[in-house]
Design a protein around this ligand. Structure first.
Ligand SMILES: [Zn+2]
Length: 379
């Protein structure tokens, strides 16, 4: 199989070489278990790996990589492979019972959202599926898995079910899945993925082969951002550092939806740096009260990105927050000799404190005071 020696194995999956080696060894010795549990932080490629393994198992070339061109690979790429199923949380339809087909009672809008999200997942396996009102993996979906897994496939290959996130199964669904795990049929493979392994039943854990996924390395993330998202090296390195080993988080930092939160930054900077201390304290307190820890972390990451842009701008480099070029220009013009590196270190310190469960309001107040000192002394 020459394609492995040359180039990277399974290039659609970013990094995770250790896991690739584990799966490759199982493929070569034909010792694939009937159920895997892929666990690890969000956005590190568990679903991507599951989809890739499914493609390999169904590729008509029978190698240890998916050729990408056979009819099976093409169907998989379009999300139309009948024997590769992605099981996700779905909304519950009107008067829906546990025996109904999980999609049958959904209205047009819900059904379209489901189809659109599943298609998106196939095109970009790092996409976080988000369907309105869909919080749990329904019992009917797992009953479908149980019923179908007993039937053989058209081409005699193993049907692959990717259950993601497995911790979204309710008790009933989990117990039904457990029955399937206890009486494995040779005709199917289950791949459960989760970032909350401790939320799964111990009986489920013990019946799957558990495979740990580590956070992506900064180098792997950076390469992916350059190759897949067209970022330049410096920007990619910066976003990779903020993304904490998660490609999905990196995409989130670059996404349109983050715009709204980013729009708040110039006014935050103005409030922190402009005027007297009391209104600033009130501002920060109000800001902290309206946000949870994750939101504050996201905000600080964006703030860091903003100061990084200010620094890049003074050197004539490419900025990330292109929509805020005006604000950035005003800021750098006003605080020409500010030590922006020092300000970035202040923000990084605040970020790590928020991550360590320190009182959010205190961290933000301290940061505001530090930023005033760092930036304003230069005015
Ligand atoms: Zn193929």
């Amino acid at each position: 199989m020459p394609s492995e020696a040359q180039g990277r194995l399974w290039p659609r999956v970013i990094g995770q070489d250790r896991v690739k080696r584990i799966l490759l060894a199982a493929l070569r010795t034909e010792r694939l278990p009937h159920a895997y549990l892929f666990y690890g932080a969000d956005g590190v490629g568990k679903d991507a790996m599951a989809l890739e393994l499914a493609r390999v198992l169904h590729c008509e070339r029978n190698g240890t990589t998916a050729c990408g061109t056979c009819p099976s690979c093409e169907r998989a790429a379009n999300g139309r492979h009948p024997d590769i199923r992605v099981v996700v949380p779905l909304p519950v339809g009107k008067n829906e019972g546990a025996d109904d087909d999980p999609l049958a009672r959904l209205n047009e809008t819900d059904l379209r959202a489901v189809q659109e999200q599943l298609r998106e997942k196939t095109v970009n396996p790092y996409h976080r599926v988000s369907i309105p009102r869909a919080t749990i993996i329904k019992i009917n979906s797992i009953r479908d898995v149980r019923r179908e897994s007993a039937m053989s496939t058209s081409d005699g290959r193993r049907r692959v079910y990717i259950i993601t996130p497995a911790d979204a199964m309710g008790e009933e669904a989990a117990n039904t899945l457990l029955k399937t795990l206890e009486e494995p049929s040779g005709g199917c493979m289950l791949i459960l993925t989760t970032s909350r392994r401790d939320a799964l039943l111990p009986t489920i854990l013990s019946r799957c082969q558990n495979v740990r996924f580590d956070p992506l390395t900064e180098t792997d993330l950076m390469d992916a951002l350059i190759e897949r998202n067209g970022l330049d090296r410096e920007t990619a390195g910066f976003v990779a550092r903020l993304a904490n080993g998660s490609y999905t988080s990196a995409l989130g930092l670059l996404a349109e939806e983050t715009l709204q939160e980013r729009a708040f930054i110039p006014s935050f900077v103005r409030h922190v740096l402009g005027g007297s201390v009391m209104p600033m304290i009130e501002d920060v307190e109000r800001f902290a009260a309206a946000r949870d820890r994750a939101a504050v972390e996201r905000f600080l990451s964006l703030l860091l990105m903003w100061f990084r842009d200010a620094m890049v701008m003074t050197r004539g480099g490419r900025i990330i927050n292109v929509d805020q070029e005006e604000d950035l220009r005003r800021f750098t013009a006003r605080f020409q000799s500010a030590d922006l590196l020092c300000a970035m270190r202040d923000i990084e310190r605040a970020l790590s404190l928020v991550g360590r469960n320190i009182y959010i309001k205190l961290v933000l107040l301290q940061l505001a005071v530090q930023l005033r000192r760092t930036i304003m002394t230069a005015e």
